[in-house]
Design a protein around this ligand. Structure first.
Ligand SMILES: Nc1ncnc2c1ncn2[C@@H]1O[C@H](COP(=O)(O)OP(=O)(O)OP(=O)(O)O)[C@@H](O)[C@H]1O
Length: 578
């Protein structure tokens, strides 16, 4: 998968061809600009050989005028070139970023379990930047440069065949070296993106987990890991620098040889009266016009290489199967009641390591299903399946009789709500965080949600109330307060199916009581799967599933399970004791 490369042809088809008009204008501009660049050397020859020799002031005026016009054209075209192409390239970069971000968000949860978020940030932000060189001035320069080199070559041959042939040999050697160097440089660039993503990924994690790092006094270890990672990055940059430097210096050396040869050979021809001084100067300047693009090629070549390497990685990401790609998801739910049935459901995260076995139960609309059991028994996995974050490997989950594996995800998830343990709050105001699932909810709905979750109990004490900023730039909230915001958010979303992962952290009794009340409010009339830690929640549940090693060990209401004095009874009496 990693070796699949974006070919120049493909990049041409998908990126350049759709913008052919702009690229064509770019090419036209570069041809005009390059054509204008020949005016100076040719005019110089006439200045020296004719105007000076014949003391022809009129010719001099005419030639100086021509040079002035040519220079103006060059300046204008180069400005337009950058303006048109670079702006278009940046526009394309923003478009691509948006596309990649969209793609990333449409990937299944399992993808995120295995990918560092920092790495994804780098994929979205940096990898697409390479197209700047494809659509921007890079490619046009390359084409323009090649055309210039060919025209220059013809002009040089017309001035002196021997001198031209003499310069071609070192240039051919350089071309050969450059081609070899690109082969070496491309994988280095490919790798750089990968290393960069790794480093950013680790760094994001380090900063996010700073409490754990400090708490375990693990700074030194973390520094070491980071040092090794940046070291790898350095090695990569060093390699590409060396390869580029070798190319540039061989260019300097070989061009030096060519120029020296021209000087010697040309000087000899002047002495022999086979060449005029004007022609000699014309030759030297035109030679410059031919060499410049060839040397530039090394630069542009590595830019294009980088662009293609970035696109390789983008392409890899774009080829990942998204949730929406699942073709069998054809049932669009228009409205749901919320009856959910698990029938013989099995699931494995990794092949041959089944973590859920033959899970069967029914959740009637509005029921609260409490999932209890020891750590790692499979409670979150069941909740993940109910939320369509995971798909069963065997068996079936139905919603109102429809196979959940065939249901269009958006149509189901609009009726889904989640309140997770460490619920995610964004930087912004409390109000924005509550409105997050339904930004256009009315003020009344907002108020109702705020009341139901007892958020006003603490926001009333803030000067800015619901408009108080939270997060890095605002107030810090307690665990209980954060939970209440998450609950208000879920109330506002008004889901039919609710996944609730109760926080295990102990809250003070007052906060606990408020959360109890708000949860009772939230679960009313919704099919709720709750990974339950609170006895009060469990007691009130319509059905308790005791999960052990991926199986339902016991199933029933609190009273039933207590009466049967089984696993639940043990768990309950143990918890009640402490
Ligand atoms: N993303 C994953 N990839 C591979 N294995 C996983 C993944 N997530 C969970 N598991 C495994 O699946 C099993 C069930 O995990 P699950 O998270 O459902 O348990 P749980 O009952 O919710 O545990 P806890 O109460 O500790 O949260 C565990 O053995 C766990 O190691």
């Amino acid at each position: 998968m990693a070796d699949k490369k974006v070919s120049i042809l493909k990049a041409f088809k998908t990126i350049i061809w759709p913008r052919r008009n702009l690229v064509f204008i770019g090419l036209l501009l570069i041809v005009i600009s390059k054509a204008a660049s020949f005016v100076t050397p040719i005019a110089t020859k006439y200045v020296i050989d004719d105007a000076f020799a014949n003391k022809d002031v009129d010719l001099l005026k005419y030639l100086v005028g021509a040079i002035m016009i040519a220079i103006t054209i060059q300046a204008a075209t180069s400005f337009l070139l950058t303006y048109i192409l670079s702006v278009q390239a940046q526009f394309l970069i923003s478009e691509l970023r948006a596309q990649v971000q969209k793609q990333v968000l449409s990937l299944p949860i399992r993808f995120f379990d295995n990918t560092k978020s920092g790495a994804l940030v780098s994929r979205i932000m940096s990898d697409v930047e390479g197209v700047r060189n494809l659509i921007g001035t890079g490619l046009v320069q390359l084409v323009g440069g090649t055309v210039t080199a060919i025209v220059a070559l013809i002009l040089l041959l017309r001035i002196s065949v021997t001198m031209t042939l003499f310069t071609l040999l070192p240039l051919a050697i350089f071309g050969f070296i450059a081609l070899r160097a690109f082969k070496i440089i491309r994988p280095i660039f490919r790798n750089r993106g990968k290393i960069n993503a790794e480093v950013t990924g680790r760094l994001t994690e380090t900063l996010g987990g700073v409490r754990v790092i400090k708490g375990f006094n693990a700074e030194a270890q973390e520094n070491k890991i980071f040092e090794v990672a940046v070291g790898k990055l350095f090695e990569n940059v060093k390699k590409s620098l060396i390869a580029t430097a070798a190319m540039t210096s061989s260019a300097t050396f070989l061009i030096g040889i060519a120029t020296t040869g021209v000087m010697g050979l040309g000087g000899y021809k002047i002495i022999q009266d086979e060449l005029t001084i004007g022609q000699f100067i014309e030759f030297t300047v035109i030679l410059g016009l031919m060499i410049a693009p060839i040397v530039q090629m090394s630069n542009i070549g590595s830019q294009l290489t980088e662009a293609l390497a970035g696109l390789d990685r983008t392409e890899e990401l774009m080829n990942q199967v998204t949730e929406a790609d699942e073709k069998n998801r054809t049932i669009k739910l228009a409205n749901i009641k919320g009856d959910m049935v698990f029938k013989d459901v099995s699931f494995a995260y990794e092949e041959d390591k089944e973590v859920l076995h033959d899970i069967s139960f029914e959740a009637k609309s509005g029921d609260v299903i409490a999932l209890v059991g020891s750590s790692g028994s499979g409670k979150s996995t069941i909740a993940g399946l109910a939320a369509t974050f995971l798909n069963p490997d065997a068996g079936k989950i139905t919603i109102d009789g429809n196979d959940l594996a065939k249901v269009d995800l958006t149509s189901f998830r609009q009726y889904l709500g989640v309140v997770l343990q460490d619920d995610f709050l964004f930087e912004g105001t409390i109000k924005e965080n509550i409105l997050f699932p339904r930004p256009n909810a009315s003020e009344m709905e907002l108020r109702a949600a705020v009341k139901a979750a007892y958020v006003d109990e603490f926001t009333d004490r803030f000067d800015d109330g619901l408009d108080t900023l939270i997060g890095e730039r605002g107030v810090k909230l307690s665990g209980g307060q954060r939970q209440r915001i998450a609950i208000a958010r879920a109330v506002l979303a008004n889901p039919k199916v609710l996944i609730l992962d109760e926080a295990t952290s102990n809250l003070d009794t007052e906060s606990e009581a408020l959360i109890q009340k708000s949860l009772a409010e939230l679960t009313k009339g919704r099919t709720t799967f709750v990974i339950a830690h609170r006895l009060s929640t469990i007691r009130k549940a319509n059905q308790i599933l005791v999960i052990e090693n991926g199986r339902i060990a016991e199933q029933g209401t609190h009273d039933e399970l207590i009466a049967s004095e089984g696993r639940y009874y043990d768990l309950f009496t143990y918890q009640a004791r402490i």
